[in-house]
Design a protein around this ligand. Structure first.
Ligand code: MRU
Length: 388
């Protein structure tokens, strides 16, 4: 299946060249920036120029592939290609650095672990041809991390849409209203999206009435990015402020809440953008199915529950600012980026976790490319081993 021609491409790869759209400047300014090294990938991830669990994993892996691929054609060959051991010494700190860019999304660590495993498990001659062979295996794996994402997103979106359509309240109406949090579309993945993909699928099969989405403060992934993606795909949608979820549920029939995930623990506890937990509590109060859509790579079977998920806290200042654009009166065609502080200067004590954990007990279904895991209301955890 080809992606919609209007879908926004967050990550462009052409041979060894990698470009990302600078998500800090969206939705008004669409600038692509080149990522020329793993260091630049680290900076882009850390500064949120690219964000979203699968997307940051893809960029990190691709930056390593591209580095190695360019090295293979250098003459004279760089010293780290002298032997597999030299390559291991060179790459290990690079992988560690990338791994530390953001802590909560397990996909990043998972992608790095895939590369590290190839590196560590390589046994062969200690000569240059062997180092080149090892580099080739790493290049292939890095590209695979990014390439495999779109296909699985389409698969899980179909499974998720089917499941949502089959729920009792959904069966009583031709079209559904859903709510989502944060941004889980093309900008957060390699394409199509996870929870956003489910919404896209509902729209494609003419089952979507309206996609409500929260602004997702303080970074506004909803009002800046999800808004733009929904608009570019002409998907009917309505923005709400984060504080309006309860009111939305009181006054509208909402058939499902669909969200992505940054890390899912073995029992199904799920870390996702801050505000997801609030939506889950309110969904339970209003008897609305709460659905998590994420690739298997987001499931961390090494941790028993959500209390083990490291939660990233962002700098205080980020919660005190909004980014946008202004239009100079002399040139109404050319928006200029502006950042506005809306708190008094000097406010530096801010509680600013980037994610919260929704207990499995509040989740109705976890959808992956392998299928849908469900549990009844009285159960407080999932058995994910069936779909791993
Ligand atoms: O801080 P962000 O913007 O990287 O957070 C992103 C989210 O929480 C997404 O919902 C999650 O990564 C799933 S993306 C398919």
């Amino acid at each position: 299946m080809t992606l919609h021609p209007n879908a926004i491409v967050g990550l462009k790869v052409d041979g060894n060249s990698i470009q990302i759209v600078d998500q800090l400047q969206l939705p008004h300014i669409k600038t692509y920036i080149h990522i020329n090294s793993p260091d630049e990938a680290y900076d882009a991830i850390k500064s949120m120029k690219i964000r979203g669990a699968p997307a940051i994993a893809s960029l990190a892996a691709l930056s390593v592939s591209s580095l190695l691929s360019r090295s293979l054609s250098e003459s004279p060959a760089p010293r780290f290609l002298a032997s597999p051991d030299a390559l291991k010494q060179y790459l290990r700190p690079i992988l560690l650095h990338l791994n530390n860019a953001r802590p909560t999304a397990v996909n990043l660590g998972g992608a790095i672990r895939r590369l590290a495993t190839i590196l560590d498990q390589y046994v062969g001659n200690e000569n240059e041809p062997a180092a080149r062979e090892l580099a080739g295996a790493l290049i292939t794996e890095g590209k695979l991390v990014a390439d495999e994402d779109v296909g699985r997103n389409i698969t899980m979106s179909k499974y998720g849409a089917e499941w949502v359509c089959q729920q009792p309240k959904s069966l009583r109406t031709p079209k559904l209203n859903v709510l989502t949090v944060c941004n889980t579309g093309s900008l957060a993945t390699s394409g199509y999206g996870t929870a956003f993909g489910l919404i896209t699928r509902l729209h494609e099969i003419s089952k979507l009435e309206d996609a409500f989405y929260t602004q997702s403060t303080p970074y506004h992934q909803g009002s800046r990015l999800t808004a733009l993606e929904l608009q570019s795909l002409s998907i009917p949608s309505t923005m709400i402020c984060d504080s309006m979820v309860g009111s939305l549920f009181q006054h509208n029939e909402v058939h499902a809440v669909v969200v992505g995930a940054d890390r899912i623990a073995r029992n199904g506890d799920t870390a996702n953008k801050i505000g997801t937990y609030n939506a889950a509590v309110l969904a339970r109060r209003h008897d609305i199915p709460f659905v998590v859509v994420a690739p298997i790579s987001t499931v961390d079977m090494d941790i028993p529950d959500g209390s083990h998920i490291p939660i990233e806290h962002r700098p205080a200042i980020e919660a005190c600012l909004v980014r946008g654009v202004s239009y100079p009166v002399t040139n109404l065609q050319t928006p200029q980026p502006v950042t506005v502080q809306f708190t008094p200067l000097g406010i530096d004590k801010v509680y600013n976790p980037s994610f919260d954990v929704t207990p499995a007990e509040l989740i109705s279904a976890i959808v992956t490319e392998k299928g849908v895991a469900v549990k009844s209301l009285e159960h407080s955890s999932f058995d994910l081993s069936a779909i791993i």
